[in-house]
Write a protein that binds this ligand. Structure first.
Ligand SMILES: N[C@@H](CCC(=O)N[C@@H](CS)C(=O)NCC(=O)O)C(=O)O
Length: 235
């Protein structure tokens, strides 16, 4: 296993701007671990090049290179980053009920939250090419998304963060809050007060702003109007 000058296994995150990989990017920055981040822009097709497919044969993002091997799936990367930096309290300790709660949240975010967005942004993945079916899939996904956003609000209740204190779960939730302001859905779906308050708290974190600036350096996507307030330092 290779090591850097501090004796740590080198970590490289492959991410795409505004993709779900933003959660892993935030988790790595918050962990204080030494890592590098490499943009692989999905919109430019960079995830379908032989170079990237050699790293992750599915072409999916995020991927974390850990020394000579690679880990995919957001939840796995979030857990790994948090577990490598226990002093930062980004995830509860293994064996605790709170740890199970963290997995409960992350599984819920991975599915059904993420697929509801996917079916709106890329309905063809389920619908094929028929325009009528595409519209039906998108319409049903909007209903589903409304339900899951309400469920996020219900689960958060009055808690400042999903698990009480900031954790990788909040980084994961933050990404989908950003997505909920996408022009294709923002007028139809209010994300809800508890979710908005959580996203605002996450956004107050300097590491999060730094990472969003890094994410947007690869492609300067729009942020939700709320997030533009006080975001003058962004590129
Ligand atoms: N379950 C996976 C989903 C990953 C995923 O859907 N990533 C999207 C970006 S948000 C992607 O890579 N899309 C490009 C593709 O699949 O070709 C995870 O959570 O990491």
């Amino acid at each position: 296993m290779e090591h850097n000058s501090a004796g740590e296994t080198p970590l490289t995150l492959y991410y795409s701007p505004k993709a779900c990989s933003l959660a892993s990017y935030i988790a790595l920055e918050e962990s204080g671990l030494d890592y590098s981040a490499v943009p692989i822009d999905i919109r430019a097709g960079a995830n379908r090049t032989p170079r990237y497919l050699a790293i992750n044969p599915s072409g999916g993002l995020p991927t974390l290179r850990v020394g000579e091997t690679c880990v995919s799936e957001s939840q796995a990367i979030l857990i790994h980053a948090a577990d490598q930096a226990l002093a930062h309290h980004l995830i509860p300790p293994p064996g605790s009920l709170a740890r199970a709660r963290a997995h409960e949240w992350m599984n819920f975010i991975s599915s059904p939250v993420h697929p509801a967005f996917r079916s709106i942004f890329r309905p063809q993945l389920s619908a094929g090419d028929d325009p009528v079916v595409i519209e039906a899939v998108r319409a049903q996904a909007m209903v589903k998304l409304g339900d899951v956003l309400l469920e996020i609000n219900r689960r958060l209740g009055d808690a400042p963060f999903a698990l009480g204190g900031f954790s990788v779960v909040d980084a994961y939730l933050f990404v989908f809050y950003l997505w909920s302001f996408d022009a294709r859905i923002r007028t139809a779906l209010p994300a809800g007060a508890a979710y908005a308050a959580l996203a605002e708290r996450v956004w107050q974190r300097p590491d999060v702003r730094k990472v969003v600036a890094g994410d947007r350096a690869a492609r300067a996507y729009d942020l939700a109007l709320e997030f533009l307030i006080g975001a003058e330092d962004l590129p």
